[in-house]
Design a protein around this ligand. Structure first.
Ligand SMILES: Cc1cc2nc3c(=O)[nH]c(=O)nc-3n(C[C@H](O)[C@H](O)[C@H](O)COP(=O)(O)O)c2cc1C
Ligand SMILES: CCCCCCC(=O)C(=O)O
Length: 359
């Protein structure tokens, strides 16, 4: 694999993919303000290295929701991997397992969870709570039986974001022969029925999260909590972690970058829940900045799709290897022996930004 960076890999993926599929993956909602903000926020935040601390080679392994993982980089849930590569989520799962990284399987995965479990790596499962609780409960049992280690419940989608690239391209559905495999209810003999559509419901409340808490003993992370008041409410509902995420700029547009919102959420929670951050992470230095602001780990969405499109399993492995080595280098250059050594004292806002923030 030749790409020296995730951005180079993205350019290659763009040249290989059907433009409609590229747009489906790359696009955001409305004017794509949040989409751009996510990467910009990392570029605007500087790092100030510490020197001569003698910390040696940095360690990246850590605990995430009861899983010992090799690196604080999680694969975020993304739909439809078979549109990127014929082996789809199977290739992603094998690459994640080999790297010791968690794969969060999307509810809109084009491969069934049972097949992904065969790769042997730690899996989390992303859930859109369905108004039909019977269906949701049956799916949770299926996910538990497959050995998933946690549920990631996406709460930023009471309605689907308006993605104008897809509207312009007329992308409405998966091609024949592909569907959201986990939406096919299992019959009594294990046979799979036709896939149900995923429902996005504006009627969901915290009571639904509390119902899920009573329904499973798996750890639960809520994905898409961005307001400090909601973070505090999440504590009361008994969840185990939060994903600080604006859905890669695909839901409410003009939401600030998660990186910008992270400090307020970390303050509100005071360490009572682990925070994961996604949106715009493209470099090891980006991951380090999020860790320094209090994230336990970061998650990556699109880069995995680009890796998959370019090289299947090897492409995803390359994405994880690039980020791993970049994060190791960034930690070393900042005098950190692990993410625990990284704090906000490593960060620098431009003078312009400092003035703006204090005015
Ligand atoms: C093509 C695509 C599909 C996605 N599918 C899902 C999904 O099924 N469930 C979900 O919770 N988030 C989904 N997301 C959002 C990602 O989990 C994640 O929040 C986002 O991609 C992170 O930003 P990044 O792509 O800049 O890394 C999707 C994102 C993309 C780009
Ligand atoms: C009808 C299937 C919807 C899949 C949702 C995937 C997603 O969250 C995204 O951002 O795209």
């Amino acid at each position: 694999m030749k790409a020296l960076s995730l951005r180079e890999l993205e350019a290659t993926a763009r040249s290989l993919l059907n433009p409609r599929i590229h747009d489906l993956f790359a696009g955001g909602s409305d004017d794509e303000v949040s989409l751009r903000a996510n990467e910009d926020a990392f570029a605007r935040l500087g790092l100030i290295p510490r020197v001569l601390r003698g910390r040696g080679e940095p360690r990246l392994d850590t605990d995430l929701l009861g899983c010992r993982v090799a690196l604080p980089i999680v694969i975020a849930p993304t739909a439809f991997h078979r549109l990127a590569h014929p082996e789809g989520e199977r290739a992603t799962a094998r690459a994640a397992a080999a790297a010791g990284a968690i794969l969060t399987v999307s509810m809109a995965s084009t491969t069934a969870i049972e097949e992904l479990a065969q790769a042997g790596g730690p899996l989390w499962f992303q859930l859109y709570l369905q108004p039909d609780r019977g269906f949701t409960e049956a799916l949770v049992r299926r996910v538990e039986a497959a050995g998933c280690k946690a549920l990631v419940v996406t709460v930023d989608s009471p309605v689907f974001g308006r993605r104008e690239r897809d509207l312009r391209n007329g992308f409405t559905d998966l091609p024949p022969g592909m569907c959201c495999e986990n939406m096919r209810p299992l019959g009594p003999d294990g046979e799979r029925g036709p896939a149900r559509p995923i429902a996005f419901s504006p009627a969901l409340t915290w009571e639904d999260v509390e119902w899920l808490r009573r329904t499973t003993s798996l750890p639960i992370a809520l994905k898409g909590v961005l307001h400090p008041a909601d973070a505090k409410r999440a504590l009361e509902s008994g969840v185990d972690a939060l994903f600080v995420s604006n859905h890669g700029g695909r839901q409410l547009d003009t939401v600030p970058a998660p990186l910008e919102l992270l400090p307020a959420l970390a303050d509100a929670l005071g360490g009572r829940l682990p925070l994961l951050l996604d949106g715009g992470v493209r470099r090891g230095t980006d991951a380090l900045k999020a860790l320094a602001l209090g994230a336990r780990a970061v998650a990556i969405g699109r880069p995995v799709l680009w890796g998959l499109a370019v090289g299947g399993e090897a492409g995803v492995a390359h994405v994880l290897a690039l980020l791993r080595s970049e994060l190791e280098r960034a930690l070393t250059l900042c005098g950190c022996g692990s993410a625990d050594d990284a704090g906000p004292e490593l960060l620098h806002l431009s003078r312009l930004e400092q003035r703006w923030r204090t005015s």
